[in-house]
Every structure is written in structure tokens, then in C-alpha cells.
Ligand binder design. Structure first.
Ligand code: PGA
Length: 250
């Protein structure tokens, strides 16, 4: 059995002070959660969030990582730096980074390998846009994105990776994939991993749904067999809303 994982993606929101307040408000609300709970925060908030999360089950993640260990890469952060700041997860290849910051499947792979080698748990985002879904390319696209991202990892390393299936058309739009659509595409991703790495690996990988996941739709999504959790944007910015998602309540 895979342990579900609910992760908040705060995107470019919250100062360190606000991060501390949000994590402190969240702590009592998620103390009985059955899922792993993660908040992926802006890099400048990692230390404050880690400090505030002490003594709770809330883990802290970053939202991006560079693939080199150090050097002349102005503005970037290495996996070791993120880990030293206390984060244990990192989002890689979010569609906003693919769309606005030139992220490619190849750089997603480089970042994933760097994160895993440093001992960070990657949350790798894949997903189609509206035109790709309408043209019937969803399955081929998510299979390709997933398999490229995992290239170079050992089967044991792949088992610990988290994949977030996030249809781009559902992110921040209020539109959600139906429970069945999300379940089906996540099943496609798992089958692709099984074909390449075997069923044992595929059955261990946790695959989240993301895209306007919130208290009103969490129950239906989490009842699906293939869905192992969620990556939550908008609804992760308020403690009460995020806690409801974590606890599958509406
Ligand atoms: P959303 O964002 O929940 O606001 O749609 C999800 C994400 O981008 O990870």
C-alpha cells in the first residue's frame, strides 16, 4: 500500500513571517493526518517553515533546484543548499517553470538526478495543456515526460520519487479533471513505469493529482485507486482549506 502524500505549492506567496504563521496554524489541524504532509515554499521561507514545523509531521519542500553542485550560476540554488536549509522535498518541472522559465524535459531530468543524489525527494510535475488533450496526445505526452524525467535513476531511487500529474488546463483555473480522467491518466503513467522498470517499482511510486484540488473535490479524487495524493496551489495558502484537503474533508 502506498502512503498518500498531500503537498502544498505556495508558488510566489508568503514572506518568512507569513510562512511561520501559516505552518503554526496548520500544525494542530493536520496532526492526525493519514497522508504525508508537505509544504513547498519559496526558498527564502524554507528556514522559517522548517523551524515552525518542528515537532510536527509537516515536511518542507522547495519549488525548484539547480542541477550543478556549485559554481557560477547566479540566482540558482543547489540541492545541497536546499537540504542544508532543512527541506526534504523539491518540486521539479512545474508547468509554470516549463511555460515561463524555459524548463524542458531534459532539464527536469538533470534536476531530478541532482535532487535524488543529494537525498531530496523530488515531486516531478507532468501534464498536458488543453490543445494537447484535445488533439489526443495526453497519454503519449505524460508517458514521455515521466520516462525522460526518471532516466538515470536506479529502480530503488525511482520507488521514492513522487510524480504529480497536473493537467495544465486545470491549474489555477478552477477547472478540475474529473475523478475518472485523473485516475485514468495516472494509471497511464503507472503503466509506463511498469513497462520500463517493472510492476514492483510502478506500484511503489506515489502519483499525485494537481490542478484546482480543494476541499470540495478532494474526497472524490482520493477515492480513486490510482491517485496517491495531491499537489495543491491556491487551496494551500490558507491553513483551514489546506487542512481540509489533507484530511479529505469538504
Ligand atoms: P492550483 O495549483 O491548485 O492552484 O490549481 C496546483 C499547482 O500548480 O500545483
Amino acid at each position: 500500500m502506498r502512503k498518500p502524500i498531500i503537498a502544498g505549492n505556495w508558488k510566489m506567496n508568503k514572506t518568512p513571517k507569513e510562512a511561520k504563521e501559516l505552518v503554526e496554524a496548520l500544525k494542530p489541524l493536520v496532526k492526525d493526518a493519514k497522508a504525508s504532509v508537505v509544504v513547498c515554499v519559496p526558498a527564502v521561507d524554507i528556514a522559517a517553515a522548517v523551524e515552525a514545523a518542528k515537532g510536527s509531521k509537516i515536511a518542507v519542500g522547495a519549488q525548484n533546484v539547480h542541477f550543478k553542485e556549485s559554481g557560477a550560476y547566479t540566482g540558482e540554488l543547489s540541492a545541497d543548499m536546499i537540504k542544508a536549509a532543512g527541506a526534504t522535498y523539491v518540486i521539479i518541472g512545474h508547468s509554470e517553470r516549463r511555460q515561463y522559465f524555459g524548463e524542458t524535459d531534459e532539464t527536469v531530468n538533470l534536476r531530478t538526478v541532482a535532487a535524488v543524489n543529494a537525498g531530496l525527494n523530488p515531486i516531478i510535475c507532468v501534464g498536458e495543456n488543453k490543445a494537447q488533450r484535445e488533439a489526443g496526445y495526453t497519454d503519449a505526452l505524460v508517458e514521455y515526460q515521466t520516462l525522460i524525467a526518471l532516466t538515470g535513476l536506479t529502480p530503488a531511487q525511482i520507488k521514492k520519487v513522487v510524480i504529480a500529474y497536473e493537467p495544465v488546463w486545470a491549474i489555477g483555473t478552477g477547472l478540475t479533471a474529473t475523478d475518472e480522467q485523473a485516475n485514468e491518466t495516472i494509471g497511464v503513467i503507472r503503466k509506463a513505469i511498469a513497462r520500463k522498470y517493472g510492476k514492483g517499482v510502478a506500484n511503489a511510486v506515489r502519483i499525485q493529482y494537481g490542478g484546482s484540488m480543494k476541499p470540495s473535490n478532494v474526497k472524490g479524487l482520493m477515492a480513486q485507486e490510482e491517485i496517491d495524493g495531491g499537489l495543491i496551489g491556491g487551496a494551500s495558502l490558507k491553513a483551514e482549506d489546506f487542512a481540509k484537503v489533507v484530511n479529505y474533508e469538504d
